[in-house]
Design a protein around this ligand. Structure first.
Ligand SMILES: Nc1ncnc2c1ncn2[C@@H]1O[C@H](COP(=O)(O)OP(=O)(O)OP(=O)(O)O)[C@@H](O)[C@H]1O
Length: 341
């Protein structure tokens, strides 16, 4: 039994020193997630942001224990409601998936069976864990469809996925993910394949679901606009590591890691940036099978000094609830960025 402290009871998910590797050759290991730490507060939204290949999806899949071979979890703890789920037998984990933790993916097209009606698929998701009469299932289907703003549920359930747009399918998929009253929803790039207007609608739908149900959400994205709009807390990933985490307010106002500053400077939609020039981060993330010594961001960092190329900086507190892995955290006020003015 775990002895939760008062503080811990506010945390639904705590990831400690998670390592997920891929053995890609006899002497080759890709360290996709290398010692990641973060927590998600109950009823809050945590945004995980980072460029492509930084390990966001692998982190999400590790939480559900669905990392596929040659991938494996090499170490760490994943505490969900106080219990380390890495220690659970697969049978118990199966019941947690969908029932307590559900996940939505980037591409709503592949999330559905094209040959089954929406109603049949929602009923199947409901009955998978909760055998029950069809009347009850139908009530629950209507409940979740309404939750995502679909009021013509009777019509929708008779149709097939191909009869709807990608955005509407994603909305239905969010509904499906909510059918078993999960406590945690992991949304992996839920808006990436959609147009700008539809993206905003999906975020709005997720936000409505969160408000109405109080569910905890972990949203993964490479779009700072999405996290700045929707998250309570933000966790920035780079090359398989956590480089900065803080409340959204702190992170956007006073980012400490040069990578976070680079990400913020490259976003066209943030209010504070509207009138300013945009700057992309020069260079590319490292090859994950051959990450150089020292801070993985050093080769792209305009502030890097000798030590940055030699020692990996530890994740350390830089303010209340604000953590940063940098040898020289910045004292940066986003509104005083004269370089961009
Ligand atoms: N099946 C695999 N085999 C080998 N390496 C893999 C595999 N899947 C992922 N990786 C490695 O893990 C790293 C992290 O991948 P991940 O999908 O988590 O990135 P991401 O941040 O979610 O990127 P994206 O935004 O493009 O989805 C990749 O750079 C890749 O090197």
């Amino acid at each position: 039994m775990d002895n939760n402290t008062e503080k811990d009871t506010d945390v639904i998910l705590e990831v400690k020193d998670l390592k997920t590797y891929f053995k890609t050759g006899p002497h080759k290991v890709v360290k996709a997630v290398e010692g990641v730490n973060f927590s998600l507060r109950k009823g809050k939204v945590l945004g995980i942001i980072g460029e492509s290949g930084s390990g966001k999806s692998v982190t999400a899949r590790s939480i559900l224990r669905i990392v596929e071979s040659p991938g494996y979890i090499a170490g760490g703890e994943i505490r969900f409601k106080g219990q380390d789920i890495l220690k659970l037998p697969e049978k118990e984990m199966k019941s947690i998936r969908g029932n307590e933790i559900s996940m939505i993916f980037q591409d709503p097209t592949t999330s559905f069976n094209p040959y089954m009606t929406i109603g049949a698929q929602l009923a199947e998701a409901y009955n998978a864990h909760t055998p029950s009469g069809s009347e009850k299932a139908k009530q629950e289907i209507m409940r979740v469809l309404k939750l995502v703003g679909i009021t013509n549920g009777e019509e929708v359930i008779k149709k097939y996925p191909c009869e709807f747009s990608a955005g509407f399918r994603q909305r239905i998929f969010i509904a499906m993910s909510m059918i078993l009253y999960p406590d945690l929803l992991i949304a992996d790039e839920p808006t990436t394949s959609l147009g700008i207007t539809i993206q905003a609608e999906i975020i709005e739908a997720l936000s409505e679901v969160q408000k109405q149900t109080g569910i905890s959400i972990m949203i993964i994205t490479h779009d700072f606009g999405v996290v700045s709009q929707f998250s309570d807390d933000i966790f920035v990933m780079y090359a398989g590591r956590c480089v900065e985490s803080a409340s959204k307010k702190d992170l956007l106002r006073n980012p400490k890691h040069p990578y976070t500053v680079g990400l913020i400077r490259s976003v066209p939609l943030l209010e504070a940036r509207k009138t300013k020039r945009l700057k992309s981060i020069p260079g590319f993330p490292p090859d994950m099978s051959n990450v150089p010594e020292g801070c993985p961001f050093a080769s792209r960092c305009e502030y890097a000094k000798d030590i940055c190329h030699k020692e990996v900086p530890a994740l350390k507190p830089v303010g209340e609830g604000h953590m940063c892995a940098c040898h020289f955290p910045l004292d940066y006020d986003i509104n005083e960025d004269t370089e961009l003015g």
